[in-house]
Design a protein around this ligand. Structure first.
Ligand SMILES: [Mn+2]
Length: 325
């Protein structure tokens, strides 16, 4: 565990107007960490605007404050002149924001992340790859800043632990994850509410999309690799909207004996995005990194040009290679 760096605390105390951003296609950790940090900084009297390139997935919109996140390629009002610092959350490179060009404007960048391979692109960099979620780091930051964590902030940060640890099932469900969760519940986090948002608020289209995707299930390598495809045609048939495929990857992952899972998502003609998950020591991050993507040892993703089925076969080939025989 790395201590909250003094230089980061100094930067946070000395600036007044913060722009917070996170990665494209934000997940629960990206949203919960940003909303939590925004509340912490506001409680210190600072001005904060959150700007993500992509909209907040529907499942997280119940989180108080998530509806105030600015999204799109266009900058929020008074950016950059009305700001004096930029905080990048969960981004191993500034590229991952999808707003790289807009964010190159001379504002000091405070880089807070828990991904392997972070490129330390900030004026200040706090990267702790052993943190179970970025929200756990934000929780520690709140303590270092002597901020009292209120109920809404605690719930935001608790949500990051639930989503990044797969509901406390993944390898990162460490004692630190449970300790942070216990502290946050003491501070007023509402686990039942979070569970209802995440697991009992599915739109019909998401369930229909799951039905479409499951028909493409292929299991390879003697039952060790499971893959799904998600084409634009399937998305249209299900009437699905962005965010409806969140959590889809956990379904093939639930098959007994499966060590690695891939979902190949068609973004446009000849353009795909590959999401990978693995169990145990199997490091799929290196595959993602070789293709210009990134992530963690057990969860990573990257963009790949090609037709879906061809991309699937290539991904299966590479997964088979790292699995060995
Ligand atoms: Mn994370």
């Amino acid at each position: 565990m790395t201590d909250t760096p003094e230089d980061l605390l100094r930067e946070l105390r000395s600036h007044e107007r913060f722009l917070l951003t996170s990665h494209a296609n934000p997940d629960g950790d990206a949203i919960g960490s940003a909303v939590g940090l925004a509340r912490i900084l506001r409680s210190l009297g600072k001005g904060v605007v959150i700007w993500n390139r992509d909209p907040t997935p529907r499942v997280y919109l119940s989180l108080p404050g998530s509806d105030r996140i600015h999204h799109g390629e266009e900058a929020p009002a008074s950016f950059p002149d009305g700001f004096d610092a930029l905080v990048a959350l969960e981004c191993p490179t500034l590229d991952r924001t999808g707003l790289h060009e807009q964010l190159q404007n001379g504002l000091p960048i405070l880089n807070i992340d828990h991904h392997l391979g972070n490129e330390q692109y900030g004026k200040v960099n706090w990267v702790d790859t052993s943190a179970p979620s970025l929200g756990e780091m934000i929780h520690r930051l709140a303590r270092a800043l002597n901020v009292t964590v209120d109920e809404a902030t605690a719930t935001s940060l608790y949500l990051t632990l639930v989503t990044d640890t797969g509901n406390f099932r993944f390898a990162n469900a460490t004692s630190r994850a449970f300790e942070a969760a216990a502290e946050l519940v003491k501070d007023g986090a509402q686990p039942q509410e979070v569970a209802r948002w995440l697991y009992e608020s599915q739109p019909e289209s998401a369930v229909r999309l799951l039905g479409e995707a499951l028909q493409t299930l292929v299991v390879d390598a003697d039952g060790r690799i499971a893959t799904l495809l998600l084409t634009q045609e399937m998305t249209q048939r299900a009437g699905a909207r962005p965010g409806d495929s969140e959590g889809l990857i956990d379904v093939p992952r639930s098959i007994a004996g499966v060590k690695a899972v891939a979902v190949v998502r068609e973004l446009g003609p000849g353009k795909c995005k590959v999401s990978l998950r693995s169990r145990g020591d199997l490091d799929i991050e290196k595959i993602a990194r070789a293709h210009g993507g990134g992530g963690h040892r057990n969860a990573a993703g990257f963009a790949f040009d090609g037709e879906c089925e061809a991309v699937r076969q290539e991904v299966v080939r590479q997964l088979t290679e790292i699995l060995g025989s």
